[in-house]
Design a protein around this ligand. Sequence first.
Ligand code: CA
Length: 245
Amino acid sequence: MPPRGSWGFPPAAEENRGAPGYDATMSRGSIGLSDELNAYLVAVGAREPEVLARLREETAVMPEARMQIAVEQGALLSMLVKLLGARRVLEVGTFTGYSSTAMALALPPDGRIVCCDVSQEFTDVARRTWAAAGVEDRVELRLAPALETLDALLAADGAGSFDLAFIDADKTNYGGYVEGALLLVRPGGLIAIDNVLWSGRVIDPEETDADTQAIRDLNADLATDERVDIVMVPIADGLTLLRVR
Ligand code: CA
């Protein structure tokens, strides 16, 4: 089990909890936007299902709350699932289920999302959320180290068996997750990678911890990777979109 901080947010973000002015009920805003402008963006630019609003409230009291994706990110993932016409989705790092629920709601009734996580505690919340959203039949949870699950999926389902992969788990394994996703996602499919700006630490040469370095190395590699088209979107903590060639 990696240290808590490496799953979804840099240590600095965690230190902000309890700081004056920090409102734990707020979603994490997009990097570089003021709180006020981010609130406006969410108010007019995203439609959050009630079940996800309730999940956000439930998750907000947890110490790991900032591992949850932002509201506008859930809206973007939902949009991408619909635009792709995705039927098979892979998620690495499920936490309490916000992103998986958002994507599952966007799938057709016979669509499937495979969720990889190692936490029984967090995914128990996710299971309840899938049921509340009426999408539990579309979700398959794999409680195991995700690299093992990706290997198993490749062996069982073969290459190119997914339309979309969302990667948001322990950062030091990001490179391995992306390599697995590059095999599992079909040509023309999409890989989305969260936290690629890492609260700006990626450009601070004094930040040399393993998580920051892993993200920095992956970003550098993907910038010239001929297997994909790439756009890095400054939403939430940075989201890289890769279109598999
Ligand atoms: Ca994240």
